[in-house]
Write a protein that binds this ligand. Structure first.
Ligand SMILES: [Zn+2]
Length: 246
């Protein structure tokens, strides 16, 4: 089993390297395939393949561009590591089909997290991928997939009302809530929202206390929903079994 986990860790780090390209180019309206090779955002020089090895190149180059010496954002190795870990945990937790769907969902969650952090926008593409994964994955598992669609519609509706009333939620968050419903079902969605709210509140209070934000600062909620979704995919069943004393 560990060899399977290791293979998925390596696949994840390579996919994470591509996700970095998506995270950089998507909000800037740059084409994903043109230019085909990665470039240094500082000096524009093309990055050689041997300097573009996931995780390792960042360590070898000590986080600097080989040509101009500008420091490379920690986001690059972080995205590669998170994708690698997410794919690996999926491979340990699910069968082959589940591992593939998990990879699709994890990649979407990571892209929307880092784009939301930078631009306060959650790209529709990532939400649609999670929504479709939720429907098809539950179909393949032989679950009542139509129930998941109903849960998604309900969470979307509740989120929409909350967004109109409180203005704390953006429309991107509302759409993501809908997609989470189809992926996680009733209990999984409740569990995910619980985690997102608790972690979001704790971090919010911490940042307020440190005067890093004010009450007026717009804090993206997408990354917290993404974290909640990620944890819920693996743990919600166990959590509710525990809750019901099973
Ligand atoms: Zn450079």
């Amino acid at each position: 089993m560990w060899i399977n986990a290791l293979i998925w860790f390596i696949i994840g780090s390579v996919v994470g390297s591509f996700l970095n390209v998506v995270i950089y180019r998507l909000p800037r309206n740059l084409k994903l395939h043109d230019p085909p090779r990665s470039f240094c955002p500082h000096c524009g020089s093309t990055i050689a393949w041997y300097d573009n090895i996931p995780l390792l190149s960042y360590l070898i180059l000590k986080g600097r561009c080989r040509v101009c010496g500008a420091s490379i954002s920690i986001r690059y190795p972080l995205v590669e590591l998170l994708t690698a870990l997410g794919f690996m945990i999926g491979a340990i937790s699910f069968d082959t089909i589940g591992t593939l769907f998990n990879a699709l969902v994890v990649a979407s969650l990571i892209v929307l997290t880092f784009i939301d952090l930078e631009t306060l926008i959650i790209p529709d593409t990532t939400v649609i991928l999670i929504l479709l994964s939720g429907i098809f994955w539950s179909m393949i598992k032989g679950e009542a997939w139509y129930l998941n669609i109903i849960v998604g519609a309900v969470t979307f509706g509740l989120g929409y009302i909350l967004a109109v009333v409180s203005k704390g939620l953006g429309m991107g968050d509302v759409k993501l809530l809908g997609a989470m419903g189809t992926l996680l079902g009733v209990y999984g969605t409740i569990f995910a929202i619980l985690i997102a709210s608790v972690v979001g509140s704790i971090l919010g209070i911490f940042l307020l206390a440190k005067k890093r934000v004010t009450m007026k600062t717009k804090i993206p909620f997408g990354p917290f929903l993404a974290l909640g979704t990620f944890v819920s995919m693996y743990l919600s069943d166990r959590f509710f079994l525990l809750l019901m004393g099973g």
